[in-house]
Ligand binder design. Structure first.
Ligand code: PGA
Length: 251
């Protein structure tokens, strides 16, 4: 139990939201409001705003994150952004395999595994998302699905797996206001932890975040679960008071 005293990680996922003016106001409000916080805080912003957010967050306790990266190192891949480019802007975390990318951009388990490798090779911590759809949960396939998604990443990354962050995001809870119960979330987190333990003796170090309608009202209870090491927060990360109260509820 001794090594369980790791700080929580609360990561905001802005998705395709923001503007120069709105980002400026939001980051300044967060910086002003979180002076006493002790957990790790990151914001995963749209790539076009990385330079702006890098400047806004310089010297603050907030780490910069991106929402996706290419699996390729460089070259003729129009529209794509490389890990090395993200690194130049001080990016520390990058979301990989978010369900919206799996769903709308056809990202497969193999591609997610390759992107995870690319992030690690670029010195960026990948936040690897796994999660079942409502149909999969109702068919009793939750464990099978998340284990398959994580297995692909473990297989491709070997012992480097201890360097990743995992986010369990049940697809039916994302942006719906329907949060998984603490029991549902903890149960899946424990399954993921056991899977990571079979792959590395560093599994207790790995942050496993919960995501899916986490908000100011439910965060404390979720974050009190033994295998929930933080949150990946979408909608509520766009409102400074809500995000600050989630941060404040992270022990
Ligand atoms: P939500 O999104 O908090 O708006 O449900 C979470 C996510 O998709 O990362």
């Amino acid at each position: 139990m001794g090594c369980r005293v790791k700080k929580k990680l609360i990561a905001g996922n802005w998705k395709m939201n923001g503007s120069l003016a709105a980002n400026d106001a939001l980051v300044k409000a967060l910086v002003a409001g979180m002076a006493a916080s002790t957990c790790h805080v990151a914001l995963c912003v749209p790539s076009v705003y990385l330079a702006q957010c890098q400047a806004l967050m310089a010297g603050t306790a907030i780490d910069l994150g991106a929402q996706d990266l290419s699996q390729h190192e460089a070259g003729a891949f129009t529209g794509e952004i490389s890990g090395a480019m993200l690194k130049e802007f001080g990016v520390r975390y990058c979301i990989v395999g978010h369900s919206e990318r799996r769903q709308y951009h056809g990202e497969t388990d193999a591609l997610v595994a390759a992107k995870t490798q690319r992030a690690l090779a670029s010195g960026i911590t990948p936040i690897v998302c796994v999660g079942e759809t409502l149909a999969e949960r109702e068919a009793g396939k939750t464990e099978e699905v998340v284990k398959r998604q994580l297995a692909a990443v473990i297989h491709a990354n070997g012992h480097c797996i201890s360097e990743i962050v995992v986010a369990y995001e049940p697809v039916w809870a994302i942006g719906t206001g329907k949060t998984a119960t603490t029991e549902q979330a903890q149960q899946v987190h424990a399954v993921l932890r056991a899977q990571l333990k079979a792959a590395t003796n560093q599994a207790d170090r790995i942050h496993i975040l919960y995501g899916g309608s986490m908000n100011a009202a439910n965060a404390a209870q979720l974050l009190a679960q033994p295998d929930i090491d933080g949150g990946l927060v979408g909608g509520a990360s766009l409102k400074a008071p809500d995000f600050l109260s989630i941060i404040a509820s992270a022990p």
